[in-house]
Design a protein around this ligand. Sequence first.
Ligand SMILES: [Mn+2]
Length: 476
Amino acid sequence: MENEHTDSNIIEGIVSSIKKAMHASEEYTIVSNKVININSKIKLDLYDKVRVDYTTENDHIRVEGVEIIGRKCLKEYRDILQNLVSEVNIERNKRELLERLKKPIREITLPMLQKMLNSADMLLRSFISGAPIIIRFHGDGDGAIGSIALYKALEKIQKKLFLNERGMKWLINKGITYDLESFYLDSMFFNDYKSVEKPIICIIDFGTNFGSNDAIKNINDRYNLIWLDHHNIEKEFIGVSKQYINPLEYGGTSDFTAGFLTGIFSELIAEVRIENLKEAALISDMSVYANRENYEAGRIATVVDFITGIRESTGYLDGPISPKYLVKILENQEKMNSMYSYANELIKEAIDAGMQSAKSYKSRNGITINIINFEKIASRFSGYLLPGRYSSKLHNKFESINKKSITIVVFRNYISFRIGRSISDEVNILEIIKDIKSNTEFVESGGGHKEAASMKIDETKVNIILKLVLNKLEIK
Ligand SMILES: [Mn+2]
């Protein structure tokens, strides 16, 4: 029986992905001139050609019947997928992107472009055909903003090509490694699927260190990895491969941040205008390319820093942090205003407190070193302002007094360093960290960029380590 709000439709296409289910009916992705996700009680196999009768009612799709009309339709599948991918038109997106890019970003982007295009094509094929995808982004402003950019791009494609929603997994990564435990969780998720295209793990803004090596070894070629990062590449790190994209490999510096890089990647994938987001990523990570005059981008950076910084236990957030959640907040002016002013207030108070409690040292060549114990400050600000994030903001303040400043923030077993740009070459903090690490037993790990670095230490040895650092900075 027809009712006037219901549309009856038929679609014929090829099964490209299966989500196994123990007791319920399995879920299938069918590609045709559009993509549809359905549940079916009849068991289907990959490359089956099927005819699906469905009705739509207020955007909701209900399957009325499924019939298998062909088997092993490999060639047809390939043609259909190719058509769908062509509809996205990466080439046109690339041309338009290149028209917008200016020096010096353009010079760094050009040599990375081929790798980005290959990755974009790979991601699109898996995305469109329903292969499982996990996107892990670093839980700071830069990483989270990168995830928003990619989310917007994929959402745009979904709206264009899909008849109903396409699920995927977005995970915030608080740590800086892609470890074995994460990999096991990811492969468990993938195990529920059978798909023509490979599952994809996409990593944004973290993981470039030897702690990720074990996971990388385990990935082998069952899964595709797309990796967008801008951290220093340790010699021991084995992850530099086909789809590992890092501006540092192409004459760029970490100022070309991962959120910004993911923004450009997203612009290749879909026609999205995300200038403010890209700029916000630069601001959030204190990049030299940041344009601090861009008020809207500054607001985004502050609010995303705030959201990713507060402890979930404070109850301030009403959902887990995902790009979908972040977009909802960014699009709500009222929420933005209140979070923005609250975050700014906290920053101001915390910075005042830090300036008052800092221990200052002066080197012979005019460098001021300020050491702050973050413990007391942290407890007063509900977990927002992680030590790293805090160091950057506090350091800006110290730099406005003396350009030649070093800010050292200590928080339990963690020390964060910020070095003024004008002195970062002569100071070489990465060398100092490496030295202390190889000459003592007190350093668990350390690294970063030459203007922003950190180390994890044996907490009971913090005073010895600070003394060694001061020594190396020629302060007795
Ligand atoms: Mn970053």
